[in-house]
Design a protein around this ligand. Sequence first.
Ligand code: HEM
Length: 218
Amino acid sequence: MKKPRYTPLQISIHIFGWYPLAWLVVRGLTDNLTANPIQAISQWTGYHAILFLTLSLACTPLNTLFGWRELLKRRRALGLYAFMYASLHMLSFVGLDYGFSLKFFTEGTATKPYMLMGITTFLILLPLAITSFKWWMKRMGSGWKTLHKLVYMAGITAVIHFAWAKKGDLAGLSGDIVKPLIFAILVALLLILRLPPVRRWASQLKQKTVSILKPKPV
Ligand code: HEM
């Protein structure tokens, strides 16, 4: 039988990837973007940028833990959706808030550390998105892997940006920090699972579990 062109996971990722944008467009066209539409757009796109970024970070550890190899092929799509929402998020400030005036934008952001953290995250994601295609992977050789390790740095800076944007204090556990804290814990766990000794331990645990669950021949 001919193999289906797209897997169920692939289809789900693309539906989930476009849904937030479609939701935003429908809400915008029907005048349903709250009393402060610019803030609604920036919060919605920022939230989905960090969500897709975290999901892309989860692919490798989930493969290590559960042997779900297809996830490794889906990292790029998830990362690109993260970049798409990060770009829309950034454009919502540069365009809607600052009327595309780079002068006002730089003046407005220079004194706000949380904005600088957002820009840093975006500047990390930019080369990762550009070089995410096979052509770059071949051209860059081993440098590609080194560059793409920066995605973890983006995870960390994105969480800090999220917490600061919410006026929360992650270290002091004060302010509006429930959602940023959930992302901080997730990103920390995903980072820990990438450490070589933890990774080895996780794959040994997986092998043991598989051998226990495997039916023994009678
Ligand atoms: C040029 C880059 C960026 C700028 C200038 C920027 C700026 C901002 C600002 C001003 C807010 C506060 C919005 C509000 O509450 O009105 C915000 C919120 C947020 N940003 Fe960014 N940001 C940038 C990049 C990013 C990136 C790359 C990510 C994630 C990958 C991100 C994730 C978030 C999140 C999750 C929020 C909180 C949304 C919420 O309130 O639920 N931002 N950002």
